[in-house]
Design a protein around this ligand. Sequence first.
Ligand code: TXA
Ligand code: MG
Length: 311
Amino acid sequence: MRTLRPDDAGLVEAAVILRDGGLVSFPTETVYGLGADARNDRAVAAIYAAKGRPSFNPLIVHVADSVAAQRFVTFNDAALRLAGAFWPGALTLVLPLKADAGISKLVTAGLETLAVRVPDHPVATGLLDRFGGPVAAPSANPSGRVSPTQAGHVQAGLGSRIDAVVDGGNCAVGVESTIVSCVGAPALLRAGGIPVEAIEACLGQPLVVSDDPERPVSPGQLESHYAPQGSVRLNVTSQRDDEIFLGFGPMEADLNLSEAGDLTEAAANLFALLHRLDEMGARAIAVAPIPDKGLGLAINDRLRRAAAPRP
Ligand code: TXA
Ligand code: MG
């Protein structure tokens, strides 16, 4: 795998790799994505193969702006309002796929909807502009493992299986996009980088939430995900001797998501600290309680999956 710089030459090279059906990882404001031409069946199939991702789990398509998104999906009033308020940004909208969109069926895993997002990162946007087409991109981690927020995480997880990574440094938000379906009443499919409270305020109504874990509305919302090598125990106020303690707020801890108790900082640090725990060879991890509001919803969602029984 080659590491490309986030300058014009690097982005042109990355765009050429995409055009040739290759796989390029690139930074977004949430996490690094693993990109391929969303219209090219073979390229999209290569994403599933590189990640070891089950083929029933559809991918998010990244586009440069809302105008580009309109070529692929149909917007209703709620979707227009959300896109206007939060794009570019950490919000993915699930909308009806247009029949003539030309998106590979592997991207949607056969669904009649498509997840789309306009990322808010100069490297992602620079790549989308130079490529000029829709880019399918899941997070650039092996399926079930911790998502990458640095180029080094991509190298460690997928280095031998992809063509290149564009190194754009750390991802500022640090957790994946919030996913909202606007097919029917607006529904939350995944908590993420845009707080649910902000989305509900924008819509002037609460989001529908599916709370049946046996029937994930987003096919990729599997119980075990984001798993570090070690076991994970949550809401811990006193750690056991064999555990490494991941704190939140002012407290004694081996590592701390945010000493200031700031949820935005904690989200930005979350995956990098889980990767660090892997590097340290942590066998047992204990995590302090995190408030369940704002970005805390997304952080707790990821931590619950990290702690879930593994297949
Ligand atoms: O922040 C993000 O969203 C990152 C960056 C790279 O953009 N991407 C990301 O992709 O998190 P991924 O593949 O790791 O997660 C995509 C989620 C999966 O849970 C998948 O099931 C869901 O989106 N999804 C994709 N298409 C869908 C659809 N048509 N309907 C419902 N859920 C969908
Ligand atoms: Mg993922």
